[in-house]
Ligand binder design. Structure first.
Ligand SMILES: Nc1ncnc2c1ncn2[C@@H]1O[C@H](COP(=O)(O)OP(=O)(O)OP(=O)(O)O)[C@@H](O)[C@H]1O
Ligand SMILES: [Mg+2]
Length: 324
């Protein structure tokens, strides 16, 4: 382990500078990975992300407070400690490969910069609701050991002319100060002002403004936009993102894997996973997750610590019949 990183970690501790601590931590992890100490690298990364134990939600990140709107009334974003990793998601193998590739690439931005090769810095995640867009953005932050900046688009979008653009500028200036993973979630809301409903021309105008503004962004953060209204964006606009990642509904096989994954640490007996996966056909990943959560609640409420078929059967109709 290079002495330089150790010194940085000690200095960061004294300065109570969490970001500097994370940066040095990530460099140590990358060094270990380069030495093929993969198990150690993975353990260190988990410790860096989650502190090695249950996440203390009261622990505040030491980064400057997120910006507010012009009146100083609303926070334009929220900084979160990312909790979920890519391994918590069941995704199309091609998508997993793209996400892994991006993680590796972001780690090597300095090398890309040195070679004058453009970074892929602005991503669009698109696909139906409940298939992992928000979670994947959070997982990218976790994998990269970066804080997750969730932009509050309801606060950013203003009915005052020009104010939406100023708010976006405030967010980007903030994202210049530290290496965040920034998520503009439900990005299509940018096309809506507070008092007028989604109108295609307006949406196009605002998305174009967003792309122009972020075009010039060369800061340390990864910028991610997510939408489940991909039909509202035309392809000419899409192409201007550095990468478009398409999320899709799970196959029955993927639903089965997801049910198994979510049941892995839950005592259960006699469950016909195959049958439940079949019943969830055409529903999003979120539905499979809810089935397990609801069944666990049902088991607990009847004083059982084991989830059984009766628990899943009792909640199944509610999960499959609700809108997704
Ligand atoms: N591919 C997946 N693998 C495992 N769990 C998933 C997956 N997709 C979604 N989930 C679970 O479903 C819930 C909702 O997922 P998420 O918020 O990421 O969906 P989304 O695509 O952002 O939906 P929306 O378009 O409604 O914002 C999360 O709790 C997440 O754990
Ligand atoms: Mg989402």
């Amino acid at each position: 382990m290079a002495g330089r990183h150790l010194k940085e970690i000690f200095k960061a501790f004294h300065a109570r500078d969490e970001l500097a601590f994370r940066r040095a931590g990530m460099e140590i992890i990358e060094e270990e990975r380069a030495k093929h100490h993969n198990a150690l690298a993975r353990d260190l990364q988990k410790l860096l992300v989650a502190g090695g134990g249950p996440i203390d939600s009261s622990a505040t990140l030491i980064v400057p407070p997120p910006p507010k709107d012009r009146e100083g009334e609303w926070d334009l974003g929220e900084v979160k400690e990312p909790e979920r990793m890519l391994e918590d998601l069941i995704l199309d193998p091609a998508l997993v490969q793209t996400l892994d590739g991006l993680v590796e690439e972001v780690r090597q931005w300095p090398q890309l910069d040195a070679a004058s090769i453009p970074r892929r810095q602005r991503l669009l995640l698109e696909g139906p609701p409940g298939c992992g867009k928000t979670t994947a953005a959070e997982a990218l932050a976790a994998e990269l050991g970066r804080p997750f900046l969730l932009v509050r688009l309801d606060a950013v979008v203003s009915s005052y002319l020009g104010e939406t653009a100023s708010n976006l500028r405030r967010i980007l200036d903030y994202a210049d100060q530290a290496p965040f993973v920034v998520l503009f979630d439900e990005f299509d809301a940018l096309g809506r002002s507070r008092d007028d409903h989604a109108e295609h021309g307006e949406m196009k105008r605002v998305v174009t403004a967003f792309l122009q503004m972020t075009d010039r962004y060369r800061g340390p953060s990864l910028l991610i936009a997510a939408t489940n209204h991909s039909g509202l964006l035309d392809h000419a606009l899409w192409r201007r993102f550095d990468e478009v990642l398409t999320f899709r509904k799970p196959t029955v096989h993927e639903l089965r894997r997801l049910l198994r994954l979510r049941l892995k640490r839950v005592p259960h007996s006699g469950l016909d996973i195959e049958r439940y996966a079949g019943r969830l056909k055409d529903l999003p990943h979120a539905a499979a997750e809810k089935l397990v959560t609801d069944a666990r609640r049902h088991a607990l409420l009847r004083d059982s610590d084991t989830v059984e078929s009766d628990d899943l059967d009792a909640v199944l109709a509610n999960v499959t019949s609700r809108p997704w």
